[in-house]
Write a protein that binds this ligand. Sequence first.
Ligand code: KIV
Length: 286
Amino acid sequence: MAYLQPDKEGKVYLPAIRTAKENGQKLVCLTAYDYPTARIVDEAGVDMILVGDSIGNVIHGYGNTIPVSLDEITSACIAVKRGTERAMVIADMPFGTYHINEDESVKNALRLMKYGGAEAVKLEGGRNRVELVQRLVDEEIPVVAHIGLTPQSVYKMGGYRVQGRTAEQAKRLIEDAKMLEDAGAFAIVLELVPREVAQMITDELSISTIGIGAGLGCDIQVLVLHDLVGMTFGRQPRFVRQYANVRDVMTDAIQNWARDVRSGAYPADDESYGLTAETLSELKGS
Ligand code: KIV
């Protein structure tokens, strides 16, 4: 699929992210997985849209991100790209798509860019991804790294827990961040990391940190849109501040519509189409 994306005034590319860091200007990033939410998020002025593998939890109900496929992210990315004019579109590389070897990883990242329309890719891991990040960047693929809690390691980690709580673990995270910066990543997601550690990494790096559950100090904040607007189920993590309850709004709308259908109040005459009196009498006479 080919894209005709005009270079709109103010469109967010890498230089805008760099300038924001230099000027101490905070940016915002949200997830989206389809055309209408991408339009809403973009028109609301969000700077970056992540087609996250959280699609596995939020949209597909898999329970975690492990089963998410390249096709699922590519398809979501195509829709998001169509709905986005200003924000940078970043696609997550799903589990298993950058683990076999570098050539295959490059091929998969290129697919996300060429067919999905992604303007950058994100992948999880620290020092173990340094060579891969270098290779992707060499191939003109902008890379966002992701350390701290890396949900694709859920089975290895045995759950979703704050990472970097001990001095030794924190030091390792700081080293990882530095190595990923040196490898060429233009930003690093810090997920579920103590705020002091996130602040140290943010101060240390010249590239942007993107925090989720990592405190106020990060350059950019990211949230899963569905958490922000109350469209997820179950207990939310501490860092989620819910700004709306779209789930309740939808439930009310659906129940009101069903009640009107059942009582005969929907559809009204002006919500359907009629015949002219002439056609009606002709029809009845025939
Ligand atoms: O998939 C996702 O939504 C993410 C964010 C939580 C950073 O990786």
